[in-house]
Ligand binder design. Structure first.
Ligand code: AMP
Length: 448
């Protein structure tokens, strides 16, 4: 009889000390293969909307000189103050992982004299952004935004066009119950008047404000309206309203934006306390939400998209005055809602797929060449060459939703033929190898 081996405490501890597998950084996740179909859909929708509304793509680096954001977004904004990933390179440059896409585009506008491409210049982008936040559902440290910018014109029609493009983009992504909340935060003429009114209002309520708001009261009092702290949010209810104080020009501009939105039937709600936390905004600001949910409770209380006019950004980063307006859509939030709304259809690529089944070594070798011929002809071929059992390969062909299985064995090798099996009906026929590409192309076209 074998002696029973009992593990000592030391052995047990050593077992526990097994090297830990590495994890992704907090708040930054992998987008796995089974999610890619949602992301592909989003990219297609972004491209489609960009094309319809005539926006050209721009890609800026993921890293920027940190000063682009400090000057543009504002040193006292949450993004710069708390959320930016900043580091020094070996060469001593201070770089930031971009927390947003607009300031880099304005940097590029000047650096590359993009004004030569026309006024206004309509640009769009799609890519990862980084903010050091406390991760939670709908809030990550690495997330993706698609953004649209119209640079070089202050006409209210462009504010409306940006809102319209983003609204359509969300609609095309099948997001239900969209609501656009909109406000005007005025200009250099009327905003200082409002700032003073806000400061007066909060002055004798200061002790009820959170620590951050007390600090902001002096240098950035509009931000108090943006605070999510319960006490601050309650105090906001009685605060003065900016729309009452807007100068004539801003009032007229805002009225036109709303008229243009009505013209294209984009519904909106006036939100008197919407200010957005970035320094570069003026006049129109907006956010888009989805009220879609269960039992009257929306799945998401966060905005899906946000934006506004930013006529002062160009000067903030050292350039000449250029009017502009833009918006960004956060894709993680959109994907979450899409998953709730849309049943993943067996997409076109999937039902158009051909699965290659081999029987025996020689068929595997010759089959390797046949598959290459098919792929060169643009046919999507899937296979499991590591498996030899016919049954296992057929099961996979079925699981992958292939439209057609090609069965290639010893007999077919010698006869220069191959069996073409329709995976839906189960009907199959032997065809000459030389006709295979043509036959498959015909069959796949009719099986869409
Ligand atoms: P913002 O300019 O900060 O309003 O961002 C525009 C959009 O990006 C938001 O409406 C969100 O959809 C998305 N977004 C912003 N921050 C995050 C984040 N930390 N995680 C996920 N999505 C975000």
């Amino acid at each position: 009889m074998k002696p029973k081996i009992t593990k000592t405490k030391k052995q047990k501890a050593e077992k526990k000390k097994k090297p830990v597998l590495f994890q992704n950084p907090k708040g930054m996740r992998d987008i796995l293969p089974d999610e890619q179909m949602w992301w592909n859909k989003i990219r297609r929708v972004v491209d489609e909307v960009a094309e319809i509304y005539n926006f050209s793509r721009i890609d800026t680096p993921i890293l920027e000189d940190a000063r682009v954001f400090e000057a543009g977004v504002g040193a006292s904004s949450d993004i710069v103050e708390k959320q930016m990933f900043v580091f020094k390179t070996k060469g001593g440059d201070r770089l930031a992982l971009r927390p947003e896409g607009t300031a880099p585009i304005m940097r590029s506008y000047f650096q590359n004299s993009l004004g030569r491409f026309g006024q206004p210049l309509k640009l769009f982008y799609f890519g990862p952004m980084f903010r050091y936040e406390q991760p939670q559902a709908g809030r990550a440290r690495q997330f993706h935004q698609a953004g649209f910018e119209i640079i070089g014109d202050d006409d209210a029609v462009y504010d409306a066009q940006i809102i319209l493009a983003v609204f359509r983009l969300l609609e095309k992504s099948r997001i239900k119950d969209l609501s656009v909340r909109i406000n005007s935060i005025g200009c250099r003429v009327c905003r200082p008047v409002y700032r003073r009114k806000i400061q007066d209002y909060y002055k004798n309520r200061e002790e009820r404000l959170c620590r951050d708001c007390r600090r902001r009261l002096g240098d950035n009092p509009l931000r108090l309206l943006d605070c999510k702290n319960d006490d601050c949010a309650a105090l906001k209810e009685g605060a003065p309203i900016l729309l009452d104080i807007l100068c004539g020009a801003c009032r007229g501009h805002f009225k036109r934006v709303l008229e243009f939105l009505s013209e294209v039937n984009v519904p909106y709600i006036l939100d008197n306390y919407l200010v957005r936390g970035l320094d570069y905004y003026n006049r129109t600001v907006f956010e888009i939400f989805s009220d879609y949910g269960e039992e009257g409770k929306p799945f998401f209380t966060f905005a899906l998209a946000g934006g506004g006019r930013y006529d002062y950004l160009s000067e903030l980063i050292g350039g000449r005055p250029i009017s502009a307006v833009g918006a960004a859509v956060g894709w993680e939030r959109v994907v979450e809602l899409m998953k709730k709304n849309v049943k993943p259809a067996a997409g076109r690529e999937r039902s158009q797929k051909v699965f290659f089944v081999h029987i025996g070594d020689l068929a595997k070798q010759k089959g390797f060449g046949i598959m290459e011929t098919l792929r060169q002809a643009g046919i999507v071929v899937s296979e499991s060459l590591g498996k030899d059992l016919l049954k296992a390969q057929m099961r996979l062909a079925d699981k992958e939703g292939a439209a057609i299985a090609l069965i290639f064995g010893q007999k077919e090798v010698f006869e220069d033929s191959i069996i073409v099996r329709d995976m839906r009906s189960g009907a199959q026929e032997s065809v000459p190898l030389k006709d295979l590409v043509e036959i498959l192309k015909k069959r796949l076209k009719t099986s869409v």
